[in-house]
Design a protein. Structure first.
Length: 114
């Protein structure tokens, strides 16, 4: 499972995201080490015509850890059910991670202006 780093660089952004985490349903993800942890859906973004889910740890102490955000592709089956799919293409992952980083930079800039 690939993880995205970058949230640890901006405490104000971490605090802003933390406000919304308590109101979002939990999604339990099994990590590579076999442990299961609660995550929340932080954002859905569209990149090159596909949708991706950005998940953040539910536990506050995990939020600022490097690699705390997870990125999954959202796929929809013929019945309309959505599932989170691990991104196996390095190129695809880097493209989505770059878009996520750009969005975080925009949010951080907006928070600095307030």
């Amino acid at each position: 499972m690939r993880r995205k780093k970058g949230l640890e660089d901006d405490d104000s952004l971490v605090n802003e995201v933390a406000k919304t985490r308590s109101e979002t349903p939990e999604i339990y993800i099994e990590l590579e080490d076999g442990t299961e942890r609660p995550y929340v859906l932080a954002h859905v973004m569209r990149v090159r015509g596909r949708e991706y889910a950005i998940l953040l740890p539910k536990d506050e102490e995990d939020l600022s850890d490097e690699g705390s955000a997870l990125i999954f592709r959202i796929e929809t089956d013929s019945k309309g059910y959505h599932s989170l799919v691990e991104i196996t293409s390095k190129k695809e992952f880097e493209r989505v991670a770059s878009s996520w980083d750009e969005l975080l930079d925009e949010i951080a800039d907006e928070l600095e202006e307030e």
